[in-house]
Design a protein around this ligand. Structure first.
Ligand code: ARG
Length: 579
């Protein structure tokens, strides 16, 4: 059993159950199908994998379950297993094991969760706004979800590259170049560069609609840029730099970082070769003057996947194929994850099918498609006058709404400190509201709910963490030194202590589940339950006045703090010292 890594309980129980199935049933490569129990009455975990073998082995499933139970050694993790129903095996964790486990790991920054034995090279493509536009609320989801996925996979020990695939190339630049050359307002540029780029784009677009000569002029500017004209190239670089600076401000506020910023333009030189190669291999064909790929796989749109337009221009799809060549052939990616609006799922289905045709069959491709953020009325989230809500203003509003609460709780702090806390709590609340949703569907953004001090919210979790810190501070004040790791011990004397400790040993399973399913809301749910259990423990079990249970309860508090730290680090919800 030495191959079983610590901190991954489900994986460990699966290994024990599979060993028992090999020994008790003589199955060479069994699937024990161990899962968390659906109902606490049945224990904590259940082995569901015996039943399916009954037919093949021509035996009574309960009898088979008995043979597995006889051969099962859980190395002290579980109490005696029980057979239930037609042949399920229920497992209950041994409270003595749980207590030992928590006590041993309470001071370990990873809480005993070992990195995976076989790290993968993973690319996560997320956030990826189009340049020359301000970031709006639509960018929150990809940024928050993608970042949580990157951090969770890194925590698990994978070699992860978080890439911001910015849209820094395309037809919009012809229009902006034209607008810039004919209508730019230098004073506005000084004041608000990105706003001026946005204005020029809108203006150029509107004027081009009314006057074909202007549309044509914009196309010429684009053609010049694509042909490498030095003036246009220099201007384009300037536009990209302006946008990047603007985006960096937003990312700084969200505390999000990227490993690379390989935008669409990074792949320009590769595009002609990609099209030629796909044509030469017979994978892409001419269709009405353009070049496209056709599929006969079921479930794919029946329109071709276009990689070159009839005027010779390349498309979004062409660039995405180029990114895969680089990510796989040069970076050695084994898994590529795209965190992009669900409305792009046809694009990704066709992209992945193209990759299968090309022969990238050892790489896992996943599109994490998320739904829209809606206003409280269930309609697309808009400003009062119907405009798009900027991400910056959303963060400003969160901060403004939180500030009075901080001022009330912490009146003696300077306004600067109060604002700093309000910024972190507000940002955490907004991000957490997004992460806590099962991401496939649309969700309603409701200020009162997401800022609430209790419930499944960012502030509630941050507050719980602050509460654990206050216990440490009081301990130190009372006993003159911080709680010492060598005093760690744990006795589970009440239901609250037991429930909390049993929750703590599951953290590794949950993180593993997020890494596999790419659904951060599982970790949110877990963290919320953990916080609730801690608060129940805090309300019902004295800690500093616990006398002989003092060290035990401090250990439990310490392990909870550590688990919250790990969970909030993976979700990237900021921690504050006070609230
Ligand atoms: N820039 C695109 C958009 O705003 C998203 C890019 C997603 N990533 C990708 N590799 N296609 O819609």
């Amino acid at each position: 059993m030495s191959t079983v890594s610590t901190g991954h309980l489900l994986e460990r129980l699966s290994a024990y159950a599979e060993a028992a199935m090999r020994e008790g049933l003589g199955i060479e490569d069994p699937n024990a199908d161990v899962r968390p129990a659906t109902n606490p009455r049945f224990g904590d975990y259940q082995i569901n994998g015996v039943l399916p073998y009954a037919k093949a082995l021509k035996a009574n499933p309960r009898q088979l379950a008995q043979q597995v139970v006889d051969a099962l050694d859980t190395h002290g993790v579980c109490l005696a297993p029980e057979i239930a129903g037609p042949g399920f095996i229920n497992l209950r964790l041994d409270p003595a094991w749980v207590a030992r486990e928590v006590a041993e790991r309470a001071f370990d920054p990873r809480l005993g969760i070992a990195p995976v034995a076989d790290p993968q090279k993973i690319i996560v493509d997320f956030s990826s706004p189009n340049v020359a536009k301000r970031m709006h609320v639509g960018h929150l989801r990809s940024t928050a979800i993608g970042d949580a996925i990157v951090r969770t996979l890194k925590f698990l020990g994978h070699d992860v590259v978080g890439d911001n695939h910015v849209g820094d190339w395309g037809t919009q630049f012809g229009i902006i170049l034209w607008g810039w050359k004919h209508h730019r307002d230098e004073a506005a540029l000084e004041r608000d560069a990105i706003g001026e780029l946005e204005r020029l784009y809108k203006l150029g677009q509107a004027m081009g609609k009314d006057d074909p000569a202007i549309a044509e002029a914009a196309r010429l500017e684009l053609a010049k840029l694509q042909a490498g004209d030095p003036e246009n190239k220099a201007l384009w670089e300037r536009f990209v730099a302006i946008s990047r600076a603007e985006a960096e401000d937003v990312y700084r506020r969200l505390e999000v970082e990227f490993d690379t910023w390989n935008g669409e333009s990074h792949y320009n030189d590769a595009l002609p070769g990609i099209v030629d190669d796909l044509v030469a291999r017979g994978l892409a064909v001419e269709t009405r003057g353009a070049i496209g790929i056709f599929f006969d796989e079921p479930g794919l749109p029946d329109t071709p996947y276009l990689i070159r337009k009839s005027d010779g221009a390349f498309l979004y799809a062409t660039t995405d194929i180029a990114t895969i060549h680089e990510r796989v052939d040069e970076l050695g990616a084994e898994r590529i994850i795209y965190v992009v609006d669900v409305r792009q799922s046809d694009h990704f289905r066709q992209l992945f099918a193209t990759c299968r045709k090309i022969g990238y069959d050892k790489v896992t491709f996943e599109h994490v498609g998320f739904g829209m953020m809606l206003g409280a009325d269930g309609r697309p989230f808009k400003t009062r006058d119907g405009g798009t809500v900027l991400l910056e203003s959303l963060l400003d509003e969160a901060e403004e709404r939180i500030l009075p609460m901080v001022q009330e709780k912490w009146p003696e702090a300077s306004e600067e400190d109060q604002r700093a806390i309000a910024a972190k709590v507000g940002m955490g609340a907004v991000k957490y509201a997004d992460l806590a949703q099962n991401l496939g569907t649309d969700y309603k953004f409701e200020w009162d709910k997401l800022l609430a001090a209790d419930g499944n919210t960012g502030p509630y979790l941050q507050y719980t963490l602050v509460r654990t810190l206050s216990v440490f501070r009081e301990y130190e004040a009372r006993f003159g030194a911080p709680f010492d790791p060598k005093d760690a011990t744990l006795a589970l004397t009440t239901d609250e202590e037991r429930d909390l400790a049993f929750e703590l040993v599951r953290l590794g399973d949950v993180i593993e589940r997020v890494g596999a399913s790419l659904r951060p809301h599982f970790l949110c749910e877990y963290t919320y339950n953990l916080a609730r259990r801690f608060n129940a423990f805090y309300a019902n079990c004295p800690i500093l006045k616990a006398e002989e249970l003092l060290a035990s309860r401090m250990t439990l508090t310490r392990a909870t703090w550590q688990a919250l730290e790990v969970a909030l680090t993976c979700l990237n919800i900021p921690r504050v010292q006070r609230m």
